[in-house]
Ligand binder design. Structure first.
Ligand SMILES: [Zn+2]
Length: 146
């Protein structure tokens, strides 16, 4: 008899449409529930990962630690989506963007209440946990109060 494989599906709680179950980095969801957006950092070579990875592709180490994404990142690109993947149609139109944190970049969505004219390349934005009406969790980019 083979050993029963335990399926860790905590990642299903992430995003409007569930992520494929990914073992090892599922603590990401627990951190979101605590209000923290976290990435991982390789303890052997210092490479940082977002989305978090359990294994470093640079030096092949599995010796990684969590770090919290905090403070502002720089808006380096954004684009308005008028067509969306299945599961996202009701949210249209919305903006996807990339924030540059120096050592890493975060790809994600801009908070719903932010208008196009409020977005300027080079401006600072922050990454925050977002609770969706259906109980799912994700993260969005918000304006940094001046
Ligand atoms: Zn490494």
């Amino acid at each position: 008899m083979g050993q029963k494989k335990e399926i860790d599906d905590r990642f299903k709680k992430f995003g409007t449409v569930s992520f494929t179950a990914t073992t090892k980095v599922n603590d990401f969801i627990n951190h979101l529930e605590e209000g923290k957006v976290m990435g991982t950092r390789c303890l052997d070579c210092g490479k940082v990962f977002f989305p978090p990875r359990a294994d470093c592709y640079k030096c092949m180490s599995s010796n990684v630690e969590w770090f919290e994404v905090s403070g502002p990142g720089k808006l380096v690109t954004f684009s308005k989506l008028v067509y969306a993947p299945v599961g996202f149609e009701e949210d249209l139109p919305y903006f996807i963007a990339v924030l540059d944190y120096g050592d890493y970049k975060i790809f994600g969505r801009v908070a719903k209440d932010i208008a196009e004219e409020e977005l300027n390349l080079g401006m600072e934005m922050k990454t925050v946990v977002n609770h969706l009406p259906n109980g799912q969790l994700n993260y969005v980019f918000e304006l940094v109060p001046a």
